[in-house]
Design a protein around this ligand. Structure first.
Ligand code: SAM
Length: 336
């Protein structure tokens, strides 16, 4: 469409997109979808259950209807089908932890985009050398939201990796930065011969140990507490680094890849997954915006398939390949 025939609608949608975003994030935080998962409720009943003030409630709930997140019939509200599957805290498919994290951490930090564009100073760390995770893990509330957020969104990727990778060629896998261990547990569940390690910082130990103990592969999955920058990685046939590289600057990204390469045997593999930008850097707006966000928060950034494959090749990987998992997430595999 030429510039002359365009209406300002597209610009309005982008410019005021934060209104819809904040309404959804607040609905998740307040538990709207969890409450409605048991059945439809009138506005009065829902407001009472969620302990909301009545003044805003009609516009709030009807805006969620207009956004196709809720449906309203005969004065009662119910969840739209996708909201019911993914935003009810009591379902295994819940991805709202990521939204709770976005609401508590990302939304206020991204509000400082303008000043960060001028100063260049990351807003989520105190000083150059501070690892953002030290700060997160010192705050119980943020920690809980972060782990829930990561775990909810890694389940689908874990299932794809567990099914699609050539696990029959390998015996052991270590997920570096595994959070509570969704990937190692899922890979072990779907591949009976695999022994898996979830490697992460010590604060993750209690939550990961509990998650592994409640799985059916407790005997084949172990949690290893450690700092990947401070110690050698334990030798494994395959390493996974999921959404780990994006948190760090270029030197640290390369160091992580090198550490994995050094700990692999000949024939071993490194799987890197996470948000990746298209090679031309003009298509994946989601990925570019996420990279911009991470630059506001830390010294990290997201990257293209091509950049990631180059880092793997520089570390020594002889064969690399890349593919998209969704409009935002991609995977790069390197073989030693
Ligand atoms: C963004 S999360 C990704 C979690 C998981 N891989 C996923 O895809 O959902 C990054 C993880 O890396 C862990 N991590 C960060 N720095 C680390 C370090 N120096 N050593 C080990 N783990 C680290 C964090 O604790 C966190 O669990």
């Amino acid at each position: 469409m030429s510039g002359q025939t365009r209406t300002p609608e597209r610009l309005r949608r982008i410019g005021f997109g934060f209104l819809a975003s904040k309404a959804l994030l607040s609905a998740v935080e307040l538990g709207v979808f969890t409450e409605l998962a048991d059945g439809p409720l009138s506005r009065e009943a829902l407001v009472a259950r969620l302990d909301l003030h009545p003044r805003l409630s009609a516009d709030f709930l009807d805006a969620l209807v207009a956004l196709d997140l809720l449906e309203r019939e005969d004065g009662e509200y119910r969840n739209a089908p996708d909201a019911d599957t993914y935003l009810d805290r009591n379902k295994e498919t819940y991805i709202g932890g990521h939204f709770e994290w976005a609401n508590a951490r990302m939304y206020p930090l991204f509000g400082r985009l303008g000043e960060t564009l001028r100063s260049g100073e990351p807003q989520g760390t105190r000083g150059e050398d501070e690892n953002v995770f030290d700060q997160l893990y010192g705050d119980d509330d943020l920690f809980e939201r972060f782990v829930a957020g990561m775990s909810g969104t890694s389940l689908r990727i874990a299932e794809i990796l567990a099914d699609a990778f050539e696990w029959e060629a390998y015996e052991t896998v270590c997920d570096v930065g595994a959070a509570k261990g969704v990937v190692p547990v899922t890979v072990a569940e779907k591949n009976d011969h695999i022994e898996a390690t979830a490697f992460d910082l010590p604060p993750l130990e209690p939550v990961a140990t509990e998650f592994i103990a409640n799985s059916e592969v407790e005997d084949r999955v172990t949690f290893h507490a450690g700092d990947v920058f401070a110690q050698k990685l334990p030798e494994h046939d395959v390493f996974v680094m999921g959404r780990l590289l994006h948190d760090f600057d270029l030197a640290r990204k390369k160091e992580l890849v090198q550490r994995a390469y050094d700990a692999l045997p000949e024939g071993g593999a490194l799987i890197v997954y996470g948000t990746m930008i298209d090679d031309e850097r003009h298509e994946k707006d989601d990925a570019l915006l996420m990279s911009l966000y991470i630059r506001v928060e830390t010294n990290g950034f997201d990257y293209t398939h091509e950049q990631c494959q180059t880092w793997l090749q520089e570390a020594g990987f002889s064969e690399t390949e890349a593919c998209d998992l969704s409009s935002r997430e991609s995977v790069v595999v390197g073989r030693k």
